[in-house]
Ligand binder design. Structure first.
Ligand code: R1P
Ligand code: MN
Ligand code: MN
Length: 404
C-alpha cells in the first residue's frame, strides 16, 4: 500500500507548561493560552481556529493546561486524533525538539555561553578572527537578533566586524550584512565557527544575514543558515531513507537534522510559501515518502519577538490553509501537526518556554481519538516507524493503533 506522511512543525507552538517547567523558570507559561488571551483583549473577539479545533487542538490544550482552557471556540465535531506530549530531552531548543520528534531525544547537556556580556571565551574569538581574517567581532553578548541589528548594524557596516551573539540556547549566531559583508563570506565565517565550536559542545551556529541601510530599515532575510551538529543516533529520517523511502525537507528541516536522512531539500520563506510547497509535494510524492515542513515564522517572527497578536494572526492564516492540507490528503496520507517547544510571547525575556506540544493526527475518514498525555515527543517518530513498517525506534510509544 502506498504510504505518505506529512509532518508540519508549528515552531514554538506550546500548549501549556510542562511538568518539569520549574527547572527552566517557565511555570505558568502557555504559548497558545497567552496568545488567545492577548488576541481577545486586543481585537474584542476570540481567536478563530476552526480547522485546528476540528483536529482536537482545543481539547488537547485544555487537557495539557490542566483545565485552564485557551479561550478559543471548540469544534462541534472532532475528525482527528489529538494529544499533548512532554519532552524527554534536557533542553528546550529546536534541534532537541525536532530530533526527539524523530525518535531521538537529546539526553546529554549542550554547552552554553551563560555570561550575558563578554559571553565568548577570548581564545575562541582570537582563533576565529585569525582563521577568517576579520578584524574582530561585535556583540559578544546575549541578545535578541532584531534588537542587536538596531544597536550594532551601523558599526558592523563601517568596521566589517561580524555581529556575534548568543542566547539561553546552545547557539552561536552571526549577523552580517548581505551586501556590505557579503553572504558567502558570512557562510564561510559560520563554517569555521562550526568547526571551532564542536569543542564547546554548541548545538548550532546560525548565520543571520540582513539587508537595509539604516537602523530603521535593517531586516533579516530568508537566507538564514543553521549549522547543526549531527543527531546523536540515527533518526526516523535516516531509517526511512535507508529503507528506500523518501524524505522531503521543506524550510529549515534539513539544516536542523544536519542534512542527515534527507532526500530533497526545498527552501521557502514565509508561511504562505511553506504551505504552498508542502501542498505541491503532497500532490507529487508517492509511496514511502515523508514530507517534513518547519513553520519557523511562529517562533522567529512572533514568539521571540514577543508579539502575541501577530502570532494569533499567523495561526488564523495557517488554520485557513489547514483546510487545503486536509483536503490534499488521500486515504494513504497521514498528516501530523506538532511543535518543537514553546515560546510564550507574553513571557519575560525573549527565549523559548518549556511546554507540552500538541500532537494532532489526521487521515481521511478516521474516527476521532483522544491520545491523552504522551510521555515523549518521540511517540511521533515511533508511530511513523510503525506506519512505514521500519524497525522500532529506541524511544517513544506508537499510537498507530488509534489512527483508524
Ligand atoms: O533573537 P533571534 O536571533 O531570533 O534568536 C532566536 O533564534 C535562535 C535559534 O532559534 C534562538 O536561540 C533565539 O535566540
Ligand atoms: Mn524551534
Ligand atoms: Mn526559537
Amino acid at each position: 500500500m502506498a504510504k505518505k506522511a506529512v509532518i508540519l512543525v508549528l515552531d514554538s507552538f506550546g500548549i501549556g507548561y510542562a511538568p518539569d517547567a520549574a527547572k527552566f523558570g517557565d511555570v505558568g507559561a502557555n504559548t497558545f493560552g497567552s496568545i488567545a488571551k492577548a488576541f481577545k483583549a486586543a481585537k474584542g473577539r476570540q481567536l478563530a481556529l476552526p480547522n485546528l479545533a476540528g483536529l482536537g487542538l482545543v481539547k488537547a490544550a485544555k487537557a495539557a493546561a490542566q483545565g485552564v482552557a485557551a479561550d478559543v471556540q471548540d469544534a462541534q465535531q472532532v475528525v482527528g486524533a489529538y494529544g499533548y506530549a512532554r519532552e524527554l530531552s534536557s533542553g528546550k531548543d529546536t534541534p532537541s525538539g525536532h530530533w526527539e520528534i524523530a525518535g531521538v531525544p537529546v539526553l546529554f547537556d549542550w554547552g552554553y555561553f551563560h555570561d550575558k556580556t563578554d559571553s565568548f571565551p577570548p581564545a575562541l574569538i582570537d582563533e576565529l578572527c585569525r582563521r577568517t581574517g576579520v578584524p574582530g567581532i561585535l556583540g559578544n553578548c546575549h541578545a535578541s537578533g532584531t534588537d542587536i541589528l538596531v544597536k550594532l548594524g551601523d558599526e558592523h557596516i563601517s568596521t566589517g566586524k561580524p555581529i556575534c551573539y548568543t542566547s539561553a540556547d546552545s547557539v552561536f549566531q552571526v549577523a552580517a550584512h548581505e551586501q556590505h559583508f557579503g553572504l558567502e563570506k558570512l557562510l564561510q565565517f559560520c563554517q569555521v565557527a562550526r568547526e571551532l565550536l564542536d569543542d564547546y559542545n554548541i548545538g548550532r551556529v546560525i548565520a543571520r544575514p540582513f539587508t537595509g541601510d539604516s537602523a530603521q530599515t535593517y531586516a533579516r532575510t530568508g537566507n538564514r543558515r543553521d549549522y547543526s551538529v549531527l543527531p546523536p543516533a540515527p533518526t526516523l529520517l535516516d531509517k526511512l531513507t535507508a529503507a528506500g523511502g523518501t524524505v522531503i525537507s521543506i524550510g529549515k528541516i534539513a539544516d536542523i537534522y544536519a542534512h542527515q536522512g534527507i532526500s530533497q531539500t526545498l527552501k521557502a520563506t514565509g508561511l504562505p510559501a511553506l504551505v504552498d510547497s508542502t501542498l505541491a509535494q503532497m500532490a507529487q510524492q508517492s509511496d514511502n515518502s515523508l514530507i517534513f515542513t518547519n513553520l519557523v515564522d511562529f517562533d522567529q517572527n512572533f514568539g521571540h519577538r514577543r508579539d502575541p497578536i501577530g502570532y494569533g494572526e499567523a495561526l488564523e492564516y495557517f488554520d485557513s490553509r489547514l483546510a487545503e492540507l486536509m483536503a490534499a490528503c488521500d486515504p494513504d496520507t497521514l498528516l501530523l501537526l506538532t511543535a518543537d517547544h514553546g515560546c510564550d510571547p507574553t513571557w519575560q525575556g525573549t527565549e523559548h518556554t518549556r511546554e507540552y506540544i500538541p500532537v494532532l493526527a489526521y487521515k481521511p475518514g478516521m474516527a476521532a481519538a483522544d491520545l491523552g498525555e504522551r510521555m515523549s515527543f518521540a511517540d511521533i517518530g515511533q508511530t511513523l516507524a510503525d506506519y512505514f513498517a521500519l524497525d522500532a525506534m529506541a524511544y517513544g510509544e506508537s499510537f498507530i493503533a488509534r489512527l483508524n
